[in-house]
Design a protein around this ligand. Sequence first.
Ligand code: BV8
Length: 243
Amino acid sequence: MYQQIVVLTGAGISAESGLRTFRDQDGLWEEHHIEDVATPEGYERDAELVERFYNSRWQQLHSGTVVPNAAHLALAKLEAEFTGQLLIITQNIDDLHERAGSRRLLHMHGELSKGRCPRSRQTFILRDPFGASNCCTCCIPAQRLRPHVVWFGEMPLGMDSIHDALDNCDLFIAIGTSGTVYPAAGFVDAANHHGAQTVEVNMMAPDRHCQFQYHLTGKAGELVPKLVDTILAGQVIGSESSL
Ligand code: BV8
């Protein structure tokens, strides 16, 4: 039934894996000022503070207690069995989609498991926590690696591919995102403009919920597997027989 599907995920899809979201109760922004830890200016002002912020998230992600949940696994199953085209655009910097088996994946806000040379922009798999001694190998003198993360005021990654996918999709699904950060929050408008069906999976009705044609309210870990089964059965979302 559907030929080209775009899925946008946010922090909410990783919540059931034990990773904190940003804007929920007990979220990351309750403990940190965005301008201090998620802007280039904040990094210029106090690199160690920003490094502590990302090092603690990196250590939690690789502590052995954080694993992909049923929503990540369902999207990997969709990629394996769907005969059309699928692209997962994630705002998340964790690697839970990869660990669930997804490959058609674009990290538009970067990746926690990589560092970047501030001079060459070359990325490096993070083997040690960020710090003054964790430097690139591409420059002389070696440069202190920064998180390979898109901060506020920086251009998200893969925007050309994203716009191409949004212009051609017939189904756009947003999972676990508050719809407060642009340009990701505007993707639903592009999908609507090009005639795609737009579906939102969230625990509540977030900022841009009125732009979506369908809302599935509840936990991603429960709803996404059912949504994937509906799609793989060739059913239209929102029809009587479907979810
Ligand atoms: C840029 C770093 C341009 C990574 C982050 C209009 C147009 C364009 C830009 C702007 C604009 N207006 C303002 C801007 C600037 C700004 C912006 O959007 N500001 C906002 C605050 C208004 N945007 C930018 O700066 C972006 N860059 O536009 O560049 C440009 C042009 C030319 C030249 C240069 C630049 C860059 C944005 C990226 C910022 N980086 N973080 C990191 O540390 O992780 S943002 C941060 O918020 C994360 O990346 C995160 O991905 C993003 C969105 O948060 P969510 O993922 O949605 O998480 P949140 O906690 O908010 O919500 C969780 C949701 O899940 C909730 O709805 C909850 O109900 C739900 N949920 C919880 N549990 C579950 C669940 N749902 C289902 N099941 C559950 N179990």
